[in-house]
Design a protein around this ligand. Structure first.
Ligand code: AMP
Ligand code: MG
Length: 498
């Protein structure tokens, strides 16, 4: 391999987080790895970021992104944060296996973090090895890119590579590094870290940093911190609504896994559900169902309440007034979530007008789907055709264990559509853009991981990524990827990346 040189300029750093006081992070370099090899580079996304895609193909890029060479002018850090994990407060977590290489600006001036996940121990590693295993790296790659293709705010995958080292989990596994890009890695838990230390100055500096970086419009508001809280709440309400509309279950909505930027972050034991079931849980560690599909809006509000608590001293000098501000902000979550969700449901159902009983129409369909174990994705995709033709109706009916529930609902829905009198082709097109055909079904993700882990075969991983990059289009020849698992293919549990 050619010796690393800085003549290949992959990144032009524009760091801002490192200008915050030292107590916000630990300066730390990645630990070199034995024999890095690319799994995949996301050239398409690199171009969007304004990076030179050719530079990404060089050995020098491999050296930098494996952590074997710290770029000149680099200032790598691990960020400090705390968290409520499953409802229990842990005052210090932090990046235990991740290093923020630095921040870059894209051609429009938008700021992005470049982070290596699995890059070695840091002062926040506790008893962990600071490394990542191949399976979870591929999982995060697939899920985050699928999410982006669906149009849902998310962190992104810039690259993944193997380290040539073994990591030990329950069994030995191939070591890997995930190169993650985010608008920032600031979490609710980052605010909690300072609040827990009664470091009011730290909370204020962090809040000002977030306003400047993500929500500059808040600086103009009469109470900029209330505006910040309002904005984060609104972003989360919209994000969770989008998750719910595609059947996504995050699986571990601890407060360190909720980004204040409003991006989906930390794809661990997450999954898209097959048959609709509001109580669905995939995570092997979520024994009580705290993070079940249907509980996600409640948990988001619980987490946002923890954020509001950290901001109290900024919301007002007077405690009662501060609590009032926080409560007023938090009260907005549910109506915003419901409005976002219902607007999305109207698009999924092809309703262009708003009627008072739309919520009931949507809920009755979902209740029928739950009672009859209808596949979430295929039911909604099928409705695009069922609105107009008999074959389409038959296809959806066949997804219901007892089709009567669907038949009764279909009559009501068609009557409702008839009242709108919209052009049927126009409606079909708009419904198809709201109802994906391809989601990263758990058994497909598992199949791709298993092939890579057992025999270094990355073809299923590559094919899956290609299919998932166009989730709203029919892709002849790839019907297999649209189907729910057969009983013997079902993957019931997902596991943490740790
Ligand atoms: P997560 O479950 O991914 O949200 O991680 C929770 C915390 O555990 C974070 O502070 C991580 O940095 C830390 N962590 C997870 N895996 C490891 C590891 N292999 N080595 C060190 N720290 C880890
Ligand atoms: Mg986390």
């Amino acid at each position: 391999m050619a010796p690393p040189t800085d003549s290949v300029e992959l990144f032009t750093w524009s760091n801002s987080y490192t200008h915050l006081p030292d107590r916000f992070f630990a300066r730390v370099s990645p630990t070199p790895v034995a024999a890095p090899r690319w799994i995949r580079r996301n050239e398409e996304f690199a171009k969007q970021l304004g990076l030179d895609p050719d530079a990404l193909l060089t050995d020098a890029a491999l050296e930098i992104l494996s952590g074997n060479h710290v770029p000149e002018n680099g200032d790598p850090i691990s960020m400090a944060y705390a968290a409520h994990q499953f409802g229990h407060f842990v005052p210090q977590l932090g990046d235990g296996r991740a290093i923020l290489l630095g921040e870059i600006l894209d051609s429009t001036g938008d700021r992005f973090d470049i982070q290596l996940k699995g890059s070695g121990r840091t002062p926040f590693s506790r008893r962990g090895d600071g490394r990542a295993a191949l399976g979870p790296v591929l999982r995060e790659y697939i899920l985050s890119e699928a999410m982006a293709a669906l149009g849902i705010p998310t962190t992104r995958a810039l690259a993944a590579l193997t380290t040539g080292e073994t990591v030990w989990r329950e069994t030995p596994s191939h070591g890997a590094i995930f190169v993650r890009v985010a608008r920032s890695h600031i979490r609710i838990g980052t605010f909690q870290y300072f609040a827990a230390r009664r470091d009011a100055e730290g909370v204020r500096l962090l809040a000002d940093h977030v306003i400047e970086r993500h929500y500059p419009e808040c600086a103009e508001a009469p109470n900029r911190y209330r505006a910040l809280l309002d904005t984060v709440i609104r972003r989360q309400a919209e994000l969770i609504a989008q998750w719910m509309l595609v059947g996504f279950i995050h699986g571990v909505m601890n407060t360190d896994n909720m980004a204040v930027s409003g991006e989906t972050i930390d794809y661990g034991p997450c999954a898209f559900m097959d048959g609709y079931n509001p109580q669905m849980v995939y995570s092997s560690i979520d024994s009580t169902g705290r993070y079940a599909y249907g509980n996600q809006p409640n948990i988001a509000l619980w987490n946002l309440t923890r954020l509001a608590e950290t901001l109290l001293s900024l919301l007002s000098d007077e405690e009662t007034a501060a609590i009032k501000e926080a409560e007023a902000a938090l009260e907005m979550f549910s109506p915003q979530f419901e409005a976002s969700w219902l607007a999305g449901m109207r698009r999924k159902l092809g309703l262009s007008q708003e009627h008072a009983d739309d919520l009931k129409l949507a809920q009755d369909l979902l209740d029928g789907m739950a009672a009859n174990k209808a596949d979430f994705t295929l039911t909604f995709r099928g409705l695009c055709d069922a609105a107009v033709d008999a074959d389409g109706v038959q296809a959806v009916r066949s997804l219901f264990a007892g089709p009567d529930a669907f038949d009764a609902w279909l009559v009501r829905w068609r009557n409702r559509l008839a009242e709108e009198g919209c052009d049927t082709e126009v409606r079909r097109r708009s419904m198809r853009s709201a109802n994906p055909l391809f989601i990263p079904r758990n058994h497909l993700v598992q199949e791709a991981i298993a092939a890579a882990e057992s025999s270094g075969d990355y073809r299923p991983f590559e094919t899956l990524l290609t299919v998932l990059s166009r989730p709203y289009e029919d892709q002849p020849g790839f019907e297999r990827y649209t189907l729910p698992p057969r009983p013997e293919q079902i993957v019931r549990y997902t596991f943490c990346g740790t």
